[in-house]
Design a protein around this ligand. Sequence first.
Ligand SMILES: Nc1ncnc2c1ncn2[C@@H]1O[C@H](COP(=O)(O)OP(=O)(O)OP(=O)(O)O)[C@@H](O)[C@H]1O
Ligand SMILES: [Mg+2]
Length: 215
Amino acid sequence: MYVIAVLNQKGGAGKTTIATHLARTLQLGGADVLLVDSDPQGSARDWAAVRDDQPLPVVGIDRPTIERDLKSVARKDYVVIDGAPQAHDLAVSAMKAADFVLVPVQPSPYDIWATSDLVDLVKQRIEITDGRLKAAFVISRAIKGTRIGAEVTDILLGYELPVLESRITQRVIYPGSAASGMTALDQDPNGEAAEEMRALTAEVRALIETPVPAI
Ligand SMILES: Nc1ncnc2c1ncn2[C@@H]1O[C@H](COP(=O)(O)OP(=O)(O)OP(=O)(O)O)[C@@H](O)[C@H]1O
Ligand SMILES: [Mg+2]
């Protein structure tokens, strides 16, 4: 079982959008997946509840006991954790449960600077686990057809965490599909949004499945 935590203490970074899509993409690829909503706002639970025939199981664990609580849920191929904004203890708990931390960040210096505390925590955790925890940034809500400025890329690279090649673009289909408890993959499986989410998922899977070199 692999646990992927989608974390960023900055609100509105795209955590829930990416967590729901990542989970659904993995599921559509044939995996047994659970989405854990660790946000007391309950966004992922609200999202799931809108659709009567919701195919994705979603549970709420919004106490800093995620690592322990996950041990009592049935084993899955993947657990995706939707992180909470501004909750240090929940982020630490999610990180302890995780094999992979995905940090969505909007391509703006303010948003990138705001991740520095989280990056410190992630790096500490990578060290404590001898590299068994992996992590990467993904650019979220990029404006279509615009390049990410070199300055912005430099700030991000300065954090010394990998940045995924895939990017998630600002698209109306993300809030649009969420409003009916769906994802872009359900609403327009051959569209560009579905395609970028499949690329993101493939990249995350490849990183997770790369063995950690023995020390
Ligand atoms: N790629 C995108 N394109 C268009 N809208 C987006 C995109 N990503 C997120 N949004 C919208 O921006 C808002 C915030 O996104 P989301 O809820 O995914 O972020 P979050 O990091 O989970 O926020 P919070 O910190 O409040 O939990 C939502 O209204 C969402 O629909
Ligand atoms: Mg959210």
